[in-house]
Design a protein. Structure first.
Lengths: 374, 236
């Protein structure tokens, strides 16, 4: 074997594919917005969550889920801080993912040739919903216990292959060993989030290489590293404010009590980042216990590149932008409608918001994009 | 850093000391409220006395150990004394590492309404401090329009207004060592502060670390944004 003398010892033995052309080469377009740093913020938050999750995993005892979290909060050195990092990290991660999805919808970044990046983003969102819900179930509180019971009953009650997978996943109705299984899935699926992020990064890079070379390019460093650092600093500032001064932000306070197998709390709202999906699942409660609703919600989102009928036209109409604004309000409304049971109209509002969500993607999007492209 | 924060902390302590001396009942407030709140150790110690004398005879607090009381400003000897004065179910005195003694009485003794565990009662109720205070001071004669269920008592703060717990505090259940008059509002306010500590024992550290972290990140963000703008201004 001949060793290339120009390459280092490691590079000759471990050739990395698609090595970057260097951070100092002027290859990048000017005027990139702060929003373009969102994938970096998401990756950083995922790594942060993995680290804080690892620390908690060594103390967490699935046989006594709630009590072991109390142990982490009260008796482990700085356990309260690590726990708050993890809980608020989930809030920050979902905030960034929701922002990224809406940014892509607004900019129509999902259109060809960006479909794969978009599909990977929807996959990331779906995975995070599952991992986030599993973490919520691990908290073993008075509210999450009933979410887990409902989901386990629905999944084990399904027929055919879906039911077989559901019974394998939960191991039957919510019982003594269920949380132990979910702890494993929470950790393993969290690692697959990293794989999805890596694939998304590769696909986005490939997309960037296809784009025509910019006329007046700048180098990544120092121009965009400075921008990313500024975005990270502000992100960390918001994170710190929430961790230290609003550690229960967006969470159901009833969940800070221990689960009780005989008492269903009055308010069953999930964490804020799961609530839009939870609302849609509630509307489809009779069809496969809400699982159908969640799958349908994600499926129309994933189908967006093909629901947009504007073809290769780059015209951007005002009506479509208005509809995206309405969609944002609609998703916020969905989340709000399950978090405020005191509002008697909440049930019918959830139905209206759900209908609008599907009407937006399945009817308005093809119609308006086709009309505006002409 | 310490040099920078010492004056800020000193000013904070000054206001803190002033808050202790003043009457916290009119208007009703607690030192632990707000973004920069911290526990009033004197109030939490008084609240523990009320808890131990009244609440603990029916309620458990399974997340608390006797050793945790040192955080309230009790000396190790005082905490050891508190623990050893508690007789466990087998008759032996409790140690520092024992969980707060549970009453160990079944729901049947309470007409089917098992008293809830009090460890996290304040975070699991909306506006916990005000709710507990309102509940403890909210007992009243039922209005003529209300027919009470058997074994229920009228309470203005409890959802539905009919509570199974008989009025636990009427005033003067305890004698405070610091000479504070043990009126009903004073006892209710003190035990609310104690239960706030029990639900969130790290609040002082959280606010202390949080202030430093936020100030640091605030300056870092300003510098990072200024740097980015300067770098971009130099490109042509």
């Amino acid at each position: 074997m001949s060793t290339d003398v120009k390459k280092s010892w490691l590079a000759s033995r471990l050739p990395c594919p698609a090595k970057e052309s260097g951070h100092c080469a002027p290859t990048m377009e000017r005027g990139r917005r702060y929003g373009a740093t969102l994938p970096t913020l998401i990756s950083a938050t995922v790594l942060f969550l993995l680290a804080s999750g690892l620390v908690q995993a060594v103390y967490y005892n699935p046989a006594h889920g709630f009590d072991s979290i109390q142990f982490i909060l009260r008796d482990v050195n700085s356990g309260w801080l690590i726990h708050a990092f993890h809980v608020t990290g989930a809030t920050m991660l979902f905030a960034a993912v929701y922002a990224l999805l809406f940014r892509d919808i607004y900019r129509r970044a999902y259109k060809a040739p960006g479909e794969l990046v978009w599909l990977l983003r929807v996959k990331l969102y779906a995975l995070l919903l599952l991992v986030g819900w599993l973490g919520y179930a691990l908290s073993d509180g008075a509210v999450s216990y009933w979410s887990l019971t409902g989901a386990a009953n629905a999944a084990t009650g399904l027929s055919g292959v879906a039911g077989a997978v559901g019974r394998w996943f939960f191991g039957g109705p919510n019982g003594a060993g269920t949380v132990a299984r979910l702890e494993v899935f929470h950790a393993v699926l969290a690692l697959t989030v990293l794989v999805t992020l890596g694939a998304q990064r590769c696909a986005a890079r490939a997309l960037a290489r296809q784009a025509p070379a910019p006329k007046n390019p700048v180098s990544c460093h120092p121009y965009y590293t400075a921008q990313t650092f500024a975005a990270l600093s502000v992100f960390a500032l918001i994170f710190a404010v929430l961790v230290f001064f609003a550690p229960h932000f967006g969470l159901n306070h009833l969940n800070t009590a221990a689960s009780d197998t005989l008492v269903v709390p009055a308010v069953l709202s999930p964490p804020w980042y799961l609530s839009p999906v939870s609302a849609v699942a509630g509307v489809f409660a009779t069809a496969g216990g809400g699982i159908f609703g969640v799958v349908a919600m994600l499926a129309v989102l994933a189908a967006l590149p093909w629901l947009d009928r504007s073809g290769t036209s780059n015209k951007r109409g005002k009506l479509y932008r208005l509809l995206i604004g309405l969609l944002l309000l609609d998703v916020i409304g969905l989340g709000w409608s399950v978090s405020d049971p005191a509002c008697t109209a909440a049930g019918s509002l959830t139905l209206v918001f759900t209908i609008w969500y599907f009407f937006h993607f399945l009817v308005l999007t093809p119609l308006v994009t086709a009309l505006e492209a002409e | 850093m310490r040099r920078i924060f010492a004056p800020i902390l000193a000013v904070g302590l000054l206001f803190g000391a002033a808050a202790q001396a003043e009457d916290t009942l009119s208007p009703l407030h607690w030192q632990s409220q707000g973004s920069f709140g911290s526990y009033d150790k004197a109030a939490v110690q008084r609240g523990f006395l009320v808890y131990q004398t009244v609440c603990a005879s029916c309620h458990s607090a399974n997340a608390l150990h006797y050793r945790d009381l040192e955080a309230l400003g009790f000396t190790p000897d005082q905490v050891a004394g508190i623990a050893s004065s508690v007789k466990l179910a087998d008759g032996s005195p409790a140690t520092l590492n024992d969980v707060f003694k549970a009453p160990g009485v079944g729901a049947a003794a309470f007409g089917g309404a098992l008293p809830p565990d009090l460890s996290n009662i304040e975070t699991s109720r909306p506006h916990g401090l005000h709710y507990i205070y309102g509940l403890l001071t909210g007992y009243a004669a039922a209005p003529a329009s209300v027919t009470l269920l058997p074994g229920r008592f009228y309470n203005t703060a409890y959802p539905g207004n009919q509570i199974a717990m008989p009025q636990p505090l009427k005033g003067n259940e305890v004698t405070y060592a610091d000479g504070t008059a043990a009126t009903l509002p004073q006892e209710a306010a003190d035990v609310s502060e104690f239960l706030a500590w029990s639900a969130d024992p790290n609040l002082n550290a959280r606010h202390e670390v949080g202030l430093r972290a936020v100030l640091f990140l605030l300056f870092l963000s300003i510098i990072a944004i200024a740097t980015k703008r300067k770098i971009w201004r130099e490109t042509v």
